[in-house]
Design a protein around this ligand. Structure first.
Ligand code: B16
Ligand code: MG
Length: 217
């Protein structure tokens, strides 16, 4: 059978959360807002615009749209400097074998990410060719937990939502998959991602037989 395998990007395929964090921290510092790694958890899976709002809320700062736009551009420029040297070594452990296994089994693969920088990251890490569809922050209007990004991905792969499997590291993303009635697979911490139907610390913990069962089911 053909299933739709939909991958989130940040935190699932690559660990770009650390770069987002460093870039946001620079903005926060300028605004005298305390922004810790713990705060950064709130930003995972969340759009760029919403991320800035969360940081401003943390610091009780009100700002004009003009200023906000300026900081959004600044943040992205800073973030992009971290992507310049990115290569395949930045793929998270076990990702490549899973993509390869799915390809060999003729399974449709899509990206479902909130990031507007998704394509260059897939190119730099050399895995763009695995994806039959790429849906990212440029294609959606509603951010996770809204299921829009995953529903578009399944549609492009021409697979019904209930036959789609989503790999996610964020709570909002797991919720989006659940709302879409897709199989949600959390990649990361059990305590955080308890809403997911299956949870793995990372892809190296996922047996091939598990993926085979997903395809057969
Ligand atoms: P950008 P994902 C998300 O990617 C990140 O988790 C989130 O922290 C980030 O703010 C968002 O992309 C937007 O990214 O600024 O590059 O457009 O996890 O949905 O792949
Ligand atoms: Mg993510």
């Amino acid at each position: 059978r053909k299933k739709a395998f939909i991958f989130d990007l940040d935190g699932v395929i690559v660990d770009t959360a650390k770069y987002h964090f460093l870039a946001w921290q620079k903005i926060a510092q300028e605004l005298n807002i305390e922004f810790t790694l713990e705060h950064n958890e709130l930003l995972k899976g969340v759009s760029r615009v919403r991320s800035l709002d969360i940081i401003l809320e943390l610091g009780n700062v009100e700002a004009s749209q003009e200023d906000k736009n300026k900081w959004l551009v600044q943040k992205n420029e800073e973030y992009l400097t971290y992507l310049v040297d990115m290569d395949q070594s930045e793929l998270l452990p076990g990702v490549l074998p899973v993509l390869e296994f799915l390809k060999q089994n003729n399974q449709p693969i899509a990206l479902g990410s909130a990031s507007k920088n998704a394509r260059p990251i897939l190119e730099k890490t050399g895995i763009l060719h695995y994806f039959d569809a790429v849906v990212d922050g440029n294609d959606v209007t509603n951010a996770k937990p809204d299921p829009e990004v995953f529903l578009i991905a399944a549609q492009l792969l021409q697979i019904p939502a209930h036959d789609a499997i989503v790999f996610e590291d964020s709570v909002a993303g797991v919720q989006a998959a659940n709302i879409a009635k897709m199989t949600s697979i959390g990649i990361g911490d059990k305590k955080t991602l308890f809403e997911a139907q299956h949870i793995f610390a990372n892809f190296t913990q996922m047996e091939t037989s598990f993926i085979e069962d997903l395809i057969k089911k």
